[in-house]
Design a protein around this ligand. Structure first.
Ligand SMILES: *[C@@H]1O[C@H](CO)[C@@H](O)[C@H](O)[C@H]1NC(C)=O
Length: 634
């Protein structure tokens, strides 16, 4: 690039710990930040120039839990005054944090591209600095005088509000308006942190003008369509799948919901694996599911047990509100596509997907044993551990003891960790990064074997490809994910290290009872100097494997070297472990699911549900038309 080329950083702030009253102070502090260390002063200056000051009166609510879309694209730095962070849990508001001068809030939903997780209200008169990212880089119909090349990140191209192309590293945009001297033909919107190189009009025309033909080819309909087809694997082929009816029957107040499903899946399920005669095939192609017990409920989805009427087979039915799924339709389509196409004994399978006016549904394996967190809660205990005392010769029961938490026994953890290793190995071999490993997403079947569940964040990667989206769960995310420089399936081996630590110790490696602030946790995750503490009862082998998984440099992490997952399987912690027996489900699970494991959780759930039955809110015809358009291929 020539001297007039410049770097423009559009969004991304994390971990700001500073005191600031003036723009000048804000800027001089920015350059000292962890993630900004590689940026030049000019870039920081431009970020600060994007921020504005906002006075807030006592009692005003700046962020509302559950807000999404445009309401969730702001980040705030406290300039003066005090704020409270409130979280609604089961209809009760809890104060979880306070924010003062120099503190940052609002960053989590920016990084996760998800609705606000808490409410933030001013307790005094106050003022904040505001950064509004997720911004449009260029706007359809606008006038332009810059040409852009993406250095890092991902952007959407929108025409008339509809996504027509997706841009990645090395892609460029903005050339038309400069070459033809006409208004912008499309809007380009950053959907991850986006760093662009820019050229002004004069330099662009002089340097790149002669390359017009090459640039035009890159934007030809063929190239663009190919790219969009790749991004939406369920695309047009799925659209042509013949439809069939799926009925959901409710017991209690008699009610039936009629859904649009797919013929191939309905036929397969009705057959229950058996051959169907041609007559049977034609008679009745409806699938009838009878809804049973509520198994789980999240902010945007709920899971129920259902029985398929013709075969009596039981499944878990996940239901998502279209209004919520609209926040991240890509995640929903990825989950639908990936879970339908994977087949591994330790990965949850999806048997059908269908939809009604308000909801999307996916039919999964029923996992009656709850999840690995239930197991951990049942197994964890407080132990008294003798502390080595150099100044005394006391031994045995006379030695001073310390109370501490212990998770599962190592032999039990080994079975679960090994099962996850096999599942991740399979996913990685198929180019899929799971991206949200944690005990809550490891489900237990009736025999005590596990399956990875919840593929909402899973992503199909191109060979050698990288992805930038920040996702995962705060205590579990890998450093390369936090740093936003692109990552691949390496993040799964890191999160396996966190999970292994959690199941063995009943604690998280980067949080402590005093520090649950997600930003502080993420600073520790990326900070090489922050040491992970291992409890004294942990074996040397376990400690060694965890430390090799929690290696901050992805290239040096176990699982990422030549031997890939084989290196993990060959680690001394697994000495003598029969991998073949496990893969063939010939190994006795160390623990059979107990009714009590999740009974408390289920009782609470049923109680909460009685109090507040969630029914679809009224939607306008426009909203419903939008849902139909976005989810027509579901
Ligand atoms: C994944 O990323 C690591 C390091 O960031 C790299 O060494 C490795 O080659 C990548 N793997 C694939 C399959 O792209």
């Amino acid at each position: 690039m020539t001297a007039s080329g410049s770097v423009l950083l559009l969004i991304w702030l994390i971990g700001i710990q500073l005191t600031l009253c003036s723009r000048h102070e804000l800027q001089s502090s920015l350059v000292n930040l962890l993630l900004f260390s590689r940026l030049d002063r000019g870039t920081a200056q431009r970020i600060v120039a994007h921020m504005y000051m906002l006075p807030v009166t006592a009692g005003e609510i700046l962020i509302q839990q559950g807000d999404s879309g445009d309401a969730a694209t702001k980040l705030f730095v406290v300039r003066s005054g005090k704020f409270e962070v409130l979280e609604r849990r089961k209809d009760v508001m809890f104060k979880v944090n306070t924010k003062e001068r120099g503190d940052v809030f609002g960053e989590i939903s920016l990084m996760y591209d998800c609705p606000r997780s808490a409410t933030v209200a001013a307790t005094t008169d106050a003022s904040v600095w505001v950064l509004e990212p997720g911004c449009d880089v260029i706007v359809e119909g606008g006038l332009g005088d810059k040409f852009y090349v993406i250095k890092e990140g991902e952007a959407q191209v929108l025409q008339g509000g509809k996504e027509v192309n997706r841009l990645f590293r090395s892609d460029f945009f903005g050339e038309q308006a400069l070459l033809q001297d006409e208004p912008r033909r499309a809007t380009v919107r950053a959907i991850t942190p986006l760093v662009c190189l820019t050229l002004d009009r004069r330099t662009f025309v002089a340097v790149l003008g002669p390359l017009q033909d090459i640039m035009a080819k890159e934007k030809s309909p063929e190239v663009v369509n190919q790219r969009m087809a790749k991004l939406k694997p369920q695309g047009s082929a799925a659209h042509r799948r013949p439809g069939a009816e799926v009925l959901i029957k409710f017991t209690g107040p008699q009610r039936i919901i009629v859904c649009d499903g797919h013929m191939d899946e309905v036929v397969e399920l009705r057959r229950g694996g058996a051959k169907m005669t041609d007559d049977q095939r034609d008679v009745d192609k409806k699938l009838v599911l009878v809804e049973g017990e509520l198994l789980g409920e999240g902010a945007f989805s709920r899971v129920c047990r259902v029985t398929e009427e013709s075969t009596g087979r039981v499944f878990a039915l996940k239901r998502m509100a279209k209004s919520a799924a609209l926040q991240c339709p890509d995640h929903v389509f990825c989950e639908q596509h990936i879970t339908r196409n994977i087949a591994h004994p330790f990965c949850l399978r999806q048997y059908a997907s269908f939809k009604d006016n308000f909801h999307l549904y996916m039919l999964f394996d029923l996992m009656p044993g709850g999840d690995l967190m239930d197991v951990l809660v049942a197994e964890a205990k407080v132990i008294k551990y003798p502390i080595a005392d150099k100044n005394s010769l006391r031994k045995g029961c006379l030695a001073p003891k310390m109370k501490m938490w212990q998770g599962m026994e190592e032999h039990m953890s080994r079975f679960y960790v090994a099962s996850i290793v096999l599942a991740l190995e399979y996913l990685h071999d198929n180019g899929i990064a799971f991206r949200d490993l944690k005990p809550e997403n490891v489900l237990i079947d009736g025999q005590g074997y596990v399956k990875l569940g919840d593929f909402g964040f899973a992503k199909q990667m191109d060979a050698g490809g990288r992805t930038y989206t920040f996702c995962g769960t705060p205590g579990y995310v890998a450093p390369e994910n936090v740093l936003g420089r692109g990552y691949n399936h390496s993040v799964d081996w890191w999160t396996l290290g966190v999970l292994m630590y959690v199941v063995l110790t009943a604690r998280q490696p980067f949080t402590s009872p005093k520090t649950q602030d997600p930003m502080e946790v993420m600073r520790r995750i990326v900070d090489d100097r922050w040491p992970i503490k291992y409890p004294p009862y942990m074996s040397d082998e376990a400690r060694d494997l965890i430390s090799k998984l929690l290696e901050r440099k992805p290239v040096k992490r176990i699982g990422m070297m030549q031997g890939r997952a084989r290196d993990i399987k060959a680690h001394p912690w697994f000495a003598g472990f029969d991998w073949d027996a496990l893969a063939a489900r010939r190994m006795d699970p160390p623990r059979k699911p107990k009714e009590t494991d999740s009974s408390k959780r289920k009782a609470e759930l049923a109680e909460a549900h009685r109090a507040e039955p969630r029914e679809p809110a009224n939607a306008s015809p426009q909203e419903m038309a939008e849902w139909d358009r976005v989810f027509k291929d579901f």
